[in-house]
Ligand binder design. Structure first.
Ligand code: C2E
Ligand code: MG
Ligand code: MG
Length: 639
């Protein structure tokens, strides 16, 4: 039987309970504040203010460590301690370094002095402690990513105030402030990441030149200005420079060579055409605009000059490489709308992968060699659909915590007679241009759902099947109907199907697209945002888009270890996705180091050659039945 406390004890117990209750209330008020503050200063002020409102505490202050001078700089305070902002506290072995805050920072643990006026460690501050009627002191370290960055010091009127319970509670307050600092820091990183994403949408990060988006906007504006009645419709010329051997060179010299080449080409173009707008259109294409230029002979001369300029050797890592530039010229309004003119100049420069590196340049209106080839390809692709030449390969998607395969991405291949297996990168743009993507896309959805069902029927544990969708499929077909039909034909539950879309789906008629996506969601189908970070990265749309998952583009993943900028973007994307309630899958994971990094920042899933390339249906089924996986995460990482 427990003994009842005597009256005296009862009084003390009650007083203690009241004190603790007050401290609990303080803790929860500070925590509520933490949720709403959005900068560190506000956090410090609010925490000190709330703490000082507790009647038993004489003062509270927060100081940050200045590692260079070994001092603790007060950043916020509340209560009765006189002239606190000029408090001298150090973290070294001097007299000012022996107080509780110096110790808490140095040793990374709470330090308590329960009899301030008698303890030699408080000597430097004793008169002020007396003035503040403070008899007990406690200091708690504040941390950021495991490093002590500051201190929370609390004074109390009573002797022996800080007992185990009080210390634990106040240590919790310090931990919560540390947590808030971490969140705020993450937000800062996120904001930096957002600014970077915006930059990437409009500028090419390797050369600093405007990118395609910005060029298109500027060109369209220049065209419309030149069509004003008062200007009497002036010609605008654009010249596209295509580096025909670019990818070949990259293949030999590695991807870093690309940046060096691009910088050299961009620099030469800018130096020779100081009045033109130079932009990087795609990796191997540059474009510039010459305003009010309709002298064809002069343009042709400029084009030739540029070609010669770029054809000169470029030094890359002690080697000289020679690009094989071709220049295409088109005119507004002669060759159509601004976007048609751009396309025309690209065609003139030989924009399709089927044009071998030609070094000449044409005016697009007079040329149709490329278009004829396109027509041939178009016919071949139409035939491919009828003759069942398309196949799907499947790439595993793994859960980074359990290490198990949880999904597959269906990737299209074209088994072209006499040509072997052709990559989608080579023919999807053409399918998109001709609109054939809608039919082929419907076939992909049908086949992928059938295969997913077959794996389930074979007794393999069910996994998610991700299918890529083109923007045109959203705009030009009743995609919901196609999906419903495929699911019912395959007898597959909708929860196993995920549709991958890119940011371009919301560029046109976003409201309608979002409505369709919501309808598909209500049928049970989920969505993933593919190649995130490469397109417009419109964060405002992202918030409105019903996507369950964001796929971080492999361009960022591949640099995540070497390039702090890319690492910051990936971190920012993960943080942002989580704050929007979305999960994150990293594409193109090729190394264990990348995998470790992604695990560490709380990315949920991964896909990439590190585990497996895309493989045919049967190979995927064997991989599943053998239970192939990667080791589970050593511990649950938290962000
Ligand atoms: P995506 O949807 O971003 O697909 C991922 C691409 O990255 C695939 O290329 C895949 O093979 C490749 N990949 C995966 N892991 C790694 C890695 O670790 N390292 C490297 N370097 N690459 C990796 P793939 O199969 O050539 O597909 C290219 C693109 O074609 C796809 O990009 C997607 O945009 C498009 N695509 C493929 N199938 C379809 C389809 O059925 N419909 C539509 N509309 N587009 C498709
Ligand atoms: Mg994809
Ligand atoms: Mg992708």
């Amino acid at each position: 039987m427990t003994q009842l406390p005597a009256d005296d004890d009862l009084g003390t117990t009650r007083a203690k309970l009241i004190r603790l209750t007050r401290l609990y209330a303080m803790l929860s008020r500070i925590n509520r504040t933490i949720i709403r503050v959005d900068d560190a200063e506000e956090l410090y002020n609010a925490a000190c203010q709330i703490a000082a409102e507790d009647g038993s505490l004489s003062f509270t202050w927060i100081g940050l460590l200045d590692a260079q001078t070994q001092t603790v700089v007060p950043v916020s305070h509340a209560g009765s301690f006189p002239d606190l902002m000029h408090l001298q506290v150090r973290v070294d072995a001097s007299a000012e370094g022996r107080g509780p805050s110096g110790v808490a920072i140095r040793e990374g643990r709470p330090c308590v002095i329960n009899n301030v006026l008698a303890d030699p460690r408080t000597l430097p501050w004793r008169p002020k402690m007396r003035e503040a009627k403070t008899n007990s002191l406690a200091s708690f370290p504040l941390r950021l990513e495991n490093t002590v960055v500051g201190v929370l010091e609390i004074g109390a009127y009573d002797l022996d105030y800080f007992q185990e319970m009080e210390i634990n509670l106040l240590a919790e307050v310090a931990d919560d402030i540390s947590f808030a600092l971490k969140v705020l820091r993450r937000n800062e990183l996120r904001l930096a990441g957002e600014a970077k994403l915006h930059y990437l949408a409009y500028y090419d990060s390797q050369t600093g030149l405007p990118g395609r988006n910005l060029f298109e906007t500027r060109f369209a504006a220049a065209c419309s200005a030149s069509s004003m009645p008062e200007s009497g419709t002036l010609m605008q010329a654009i010249l596209v420079v295509r580096l025909c051997r670019y990818y070949e060179v990259l293949h030999v010299l590695g991807p870093e060579a690309g940046a060096a080449i691009a910088r050299a080409v961009g620099g030469r173009l800018e130096a020779h055409l100081p009045t033109a707008w130079v932009a990087r259109l795609s990796e191997a294409e540059f474009v510039f605009m010459l305003e009010r230029q309709d002298d064809k002979a002069a343009l042709e001369k400029t084009g030739r000059l540029i070609r010669e300029l770029i054809a000169e050797g470029i030094r890359v890592n002690e080697q000289e490489v020679f690009m094989d530039p071709s220049v295409g010229i088109a005119l507004y309004p002669q060759h159509g709308t601004p976007s048609e003119v751009l396309k025309a100049a690209q065609t003139a420069a030989g924009d399709t992968p089927y044009d071998s590196g030609s070094t000449c340049r044409f005016f697009v209106a007079e040329m149709d060699r490329g278009s004829r080839r396109r027509l041939d390809m178009d016919t071949a692709l139409r035939r491919a659909l009828m003759r069942d030449e398309f196949v799907l390969h499947y790439q595993p998607q793994l859960d980074l915590v359990s290490g198990e395969v949880v999904g597959a991405e269906a990737l299209l291949r074209w088994q072209r007679p006499d040509h072997g297996l052709i990559s989608p990168l080579e023919f999807i743009p053409l399918l998109e241009d001709t609109g054939l993507i809608c039919e082929v896309g419907a076939w992909v959805i049908g086949e992928a759902t059938r295969v997913c069902r077959r794996w389930q029927d074979a007794g393999l544990s069910p996994i998610r099947m991700a299918v890529n969708l083109s923007a045109r499929q959203f705009r030009e077909t009743d995609i919901r109907k196609v999906v419903r039909q495929a699911l019912s034909d395959a007898k597959l539950e909708a929860q196993w199907l995920e549709l991958e879309v890119t940011e371009s789906v919301v560029l046109f008629q976003p409201d309608q697209v979002i409505r369709t996506m919501l309808d598909l969601n209500s049928d049970g189908v989920t969505h993933a945002m593919d190649d995130f970070g490469t397109g417009y990265s419109s964060l405002s749309y992202l918030q409105r888009l019903p996507v369950a998952r964001i796929k971080i583009d492999r361009g960022f993943v591949s640099n995540v270890v070497a390039n702090p900028n890319d690492a910051a973007i990936v971190r920012a994307v993960v943080g942002m996705a989580h704050s929007l309630g979305m999960s994150v899958i990293a594409e193109g994971v090729e190394t264990e180091t990348q995998l470790g990094y992604l695990r560490g920042i709380g990315c949920e899933e991964m896909q990439g050659y590190f585990f497996s390339r895309p493989v045919p249906e049967n190979a995927f089924a064997s991989l599943l039945s053998e239970g192939r996986c990667i080791p589970a995460a050593p511990e649950r990482h938290q962000i």
